[in-house]
Ligand binder design. Structure first.
Ligand SMILES: [Zn+2]
Length: 132
């Protein structure tokens, strides 16, 4: 009998030619297998096996954006801090790393120096506009 994983690989077109031929032969012979394949296709249409769905399931272990922000500020408790660090460095979660660099950029924009610079740029350009 053909395993569900093999059927999934067949749908993904990741089997070798020989394996593909075996699956197709089995599909021709067994109605149950055809039913299984149809079921698998329906699940996929509902998105249960899409990359996005798997991603969302895995992301349940992700720290919140607020936690990431506190991590950046260095104000997390040791426990949560270690968890976020583990999640970012060891697991290397791409989603949280992206989130973190976004937060980092935001925090940098909010430093007094940057705010001061912005004010100057704003006033000088306002001056330029008036002169025109
Ligand atoms: Zn994450």
């Amino acid at each position: 009998m053909i395993a569900r994983e093999v059927l999934a690989a067949y749908l993904d077109d990741t089997l070798s030619d020989v394996e593909t031929a075996q699956v197709e032969q089995a599909l021709r012979q067994h109605e149950t297998l055809r039913r299984q394949l149809r079921g698998l296709l329906q699940e996929r249409d509902r998105g249960e096996h899409s990359v996005g769905a798997v991603w969302r399931r895995n992301r349940l272990s992700c720290p919140s954006r607020e936690q990431l922000g506190n991590y950046l500020l260095g104000v997390l408790e040791p426990g949560p801090h270690d968890y976020v660090e583990f999640h970012l460095r060891t697991i290397g979660c791409a989603f949280c790393q992206a989130n973190l660099s976004d937060l980092e950029a935001q925090q940098q924009e909010n430093t007094p120096q940057v705010q001061e610079r912005r004010k100057r740029v704003f006033h000088s350009s306002a001056g330029l506009l008036r002169k025109k």
